[in-house]
Design a protein around this ligand. Structure first.
Ligand SMILES: [Zn+2]
Length: 56
């Protein structure tokens, strides 16, 4: 069985350093898409992450 560590139950964390998705370290860019807003963030480990923020 694989080892599974979960520090944040509510959200996902970076597979590289475990930084929680809910915490924004650095916003690289953001732009509007049909489903809301696409936000590209950079993690403390340098990993680029993309997430979609749904705007009601
Ligand atoms: Zn990271």
């Amino acid at each position: 069985m694989e080892r599974c560590e979960r520090r944040e139950e509510a959200g996902t964390t970076c597979p590289g350093c475990g930084w929680p998705d809910s915490e924004v370290f650095e916003v690289v860019s953001r732009h509007m898409v049909s489903t809301g807003m696409m936000v590209y963030t950079r993690c403390p480990c340098g990993r680029l992450r993309a997430r979609t923020v749904t705007v009601p």
